[in-house]
Design a binder for this molecule. Structure first.
Ligand code: AMP
Length: 214
């Protein structure tokens, strides 16, 4: 793979995109660009954009394309991405993927993590997130050492509004209708790699690393 490594995580909500993107980012020394984290930070900051985005996010709807495309365009101008980046949660619609194309960005690999929907619903319902550093936990499979406290930064962990049952159903619908078509979009261009996200997080990381090292 060339000097500048451009990766993208694809998969339904709860598949483990964020977990894997964080691991790859620290192993490879390139930043994770998570639109979900950036939108949650904007919501927390109370900015106009954050408030508007929260109306969509809290119910489990996708934030309008133009807003998200603008955020990503800004991050890709940062000097941090000189050696590459891992897109996590973007693109999520064909329109967003076309916007990435028109920025002249050609991805080296699209890492598609697949998991059955009933497994995802269970995972998301038990998920806890740190709004300060983005770390995620699961009440059963991966609890923080101290309940409701982030191991990494000591902030409080919470259940995201969009991890509540009604919003989870809406997010799955958005994935099926708007994001899943990207699988064919990228498969046709080659460079799409499938991973079984039902295995352990370490198993997924190992499978991804072997593709990247190739
Ligand atoms: P995530 O943390 O990736 O699950 O994203 C949380 C929420 O942020 C999503 O349910 C959407 O409401 C919003 N969001 C994140 N990324 C995008 C995107 N690329 N396009 C539209 N909405 C997004």
């Amino acid at each position: 793979m060339g000097k500048k490594t451009k990766l993208m995580m694809l998969g339904p909500p709860g598949a483990g995109k964020g977990t894997q993107a964080q691991r790859l980012a620290s192993r490879m020394g390139i930043p994770q660009i998570s639109t979900g984290d950036m939108l949650r930070a904007a919501k927390k900051s109370g900015s106009e954009m954050g408030k508007k985005a929260a109306e969509y996010m809290d119910k489990g709807h996708l934030v309008p394309d133009q807003v998200v495309i603008g955020i990503v365009e800004e991050s890709l101008k940062s000097p941090d991405v000189a050696d590459g980046f891992i897109l996590d949660g973007f693109p999520r619609t064909v329109e967003q993927a076309e916007a990435l194309d028109s920025l002249g960005i050609k991805l080296d690999a699209v890492l598609n993590i697949q998991v059955d929907e009933d497994v995802l619903v269970k995972r998301l319902g038990g998920r806890r997130a740190c709004l300060t550093c983005g770390a995620t936990y699961h009440v059963e499979h991966n609890p923080s050492k101290e309940e409701d406290i982030c191991d990494k930064c000591g902030s409080e962990t919470i259940q995201r509004d969009d991890d509540k049952p009604e919003a989870i159903r809406t997010r799955m619908g958005a994935y099926r209708g708007k994001t899943a078509p990207l699988i064919e979009f990228y498969r046709e261009r080659g460079r799409l790699y499938d991973f079984d996200g039902a295995q352990s997080p370490d198993g997924v990381t190992a499978a991804i690393m072997s593709v990247i090292e190739e």
